[in-house]
Design a protein around this ligand. Structure first.
Ligand SMILES: *Cc1c(COP(=O)(O)O)cnc(C)c1O
Length: 428
């Protein structure tokens, strides 16, 4: 039996001084029962807890660790930057370098503004879309998570969905009255919403590949449809690529699916593990931001030199290595292995995957949206999660989160994972 005595001690102390013992809800393991372990070291595809147990990690700090943990080039860049000062509050050269890289990798982005989290990116992009179009309403999709800004915390995914409060307390109804929530992968619902709100919709915000209610893919033609209907109605199309950006391809989901959004939001991978967010798009829209235009947005630590240096190092390494090819191969191997394991054990599993993102739903029916995802047997997921953890494999502690591969995972890691899954599923 694995000892987690030190983690238990820390969690008991944390519960006294941090709400729920954690600084972000899903970390608390409440959806799966039990207690979180505390990590004090991560390297490559492994994390180690304070009791010295090692795990193959498929959480990847919830997306950023695409190169694996503590990549030497990122560590070196962070050290070098910190040596020269951790924050200046006036422009620094790293900001220009990273902005140029983002614009080059994501052609729909002509100008980009840096911020400190994905939440800030989506919150600001929505404000910008409203300011630019001079309209108030936005369309979002049930189960999509766009961070925790008030107007977007309606039928949200991630922890909000996991804990059964997709509509948070503390958000006045007046703050969300301009948010129209629709089912994902349902073109008629979008057409009807535009019909009912003629000339009032500022934009559609969407995770092009929703990864905050597990993982499901857009049906063929759906993203193209969103692009067309937004344009036809003078509304903007906002891709929230905080999770998919720089992960599903160099140019994110928009490159993979060949769609050009008006605005895009980033986070996670672009910070190389440091707190970074960004939003960008067409120059004429971005120039509505202060100090050029009337839409206010700011940040004391935005464009922070240490964070920018980490992001630059991460993107440079992604460009210089065969990371995307490797992620695709690892993803395909994991998918094949997991599907075989499910078949051999007779456990109904829908293994959804897009590149290096994946999710195992315990249901016999295909999952295309959050309503389908809700049919998953969550008691089975709990047992699966704890079974895998006991095998030294760390998956996200909720049915409604995506798993992430990194370029540091190896075919041997995949083999071990699939073998463990087969063993754990047999006992479900
Ligand atoms: C994680 C995430 C966010 C929020 O980013 P934070 O950095 O946690 O604020 C927004 N949108 C999507 C799609 C995400 O996955």
């Amino acid at each position: 039996m694995t000892s987690r005595a030190k983690s238990e001690q820390l969690f008991a102390e944390a519960l006294k001084c941090i709400p729920g013992g954690v600084n972000s809800p899903v970390r608390a393991f409440r959806a799966v029962g039990g207690q979180p372990f505390f990590v004090n070291k991560a390297k490559g595809a492994r994390v180690w807890d304070v009791d010295g147990n090692a795990y193959i990690d498929y959480v990847g700090t919830w997306g950023p660790a695409i190169l694996g943990h503590a990549h030497p080039k990122i560590i070196k860049a962070v050290r070098a930057a910190a040596q020269d000062g951790t924050s200046f509050g006036i422009p620094n050269p790293f900001e220009v370098t990273l902005a140029k890289m983002i614009c080059a990798w994501v052609p729909s982005v002509q100008k980009v503004r840096m911020c400190n989290s994905g939440t800030e990116a989506t919150m600001s992009a929505i404000r910008l879309a409203r300011g630019f179009t001079k309209r108030d309403k936005i369309i979002k999709f049930d189960g999509c998570y766009h961070g925790h800004a008030d107007s977007l915390l309606v039928k949200a995914g991630s922890g909000a969905l996991t804990f059964g409060n997709p509509d948070s307390a503390g958000v006045p109804a007046a703050f969300t009255q301009h948010t129209i929530v629709l089912p994902f992968n349902d073109p008629e619902a979008v057409a009807a919403a535009f019909e009912a709100n003629k000339g009032q919709v500022a934009g559609i915000i969407v995770e092009p590949v929703p990864g905050n209610a597990g993982l499901y893919l857009p049906k063929a033609g759906y993203l193209e449809f969103l692009r067309e209907i937004a344009t036809a109605n003078g509304a903007l199309l906002l891709f929230d690529e905080v999770m998919t950006g720089f992960r599903l391809a160099k140019g994110g989901a928009q490159e993979r699916f060949g769609i050009t959004p008006d605005l895009s939001c980033f986070g996670k991978v672009i910070g190389g593990g440091l707190p970074v967010g960004a939003f960008g798009g067409r120059a004429e829209i971005m120039d509505c931001l202060a100090p050029v235009g009337p839409v206010y947005q700011a940040g004391t630590l935005s464009g922070n030199p240490v964070a920018m240096a980490a992001g630059i190092a991460a993107l440079e390494e992604l460009a210089a290595s065969d990371a995307y090819v490797k992620l695709e191969q690892l993803g395909a191997a994991l998918e094949a292995g997991m599907k075989d394991a499910a078949k051999a054990t007779g456990v109904p599993v829908q293994f959804n995957r897009c590149g290096s993102m994946f999710c195992s739903y315990f249901t016999s029916e295909p999952v295309h949206n959050v309503a389908d995802a809700m049919k998953s047997d969550r008691d089975r997921f709990k047992k699966y999660f704890h079974g895998m953890l006991a095998e030294g494999i760390y998956l996200a502690p909720s049915q409604f989160e995506a798993g992430f591969l990194s370029a540091a995972h190896t075919p041997a890691d995949i083999k071990r994972t699939v073998k463990a899954a087969a063993k754990v599923m047999k006992a479900l």
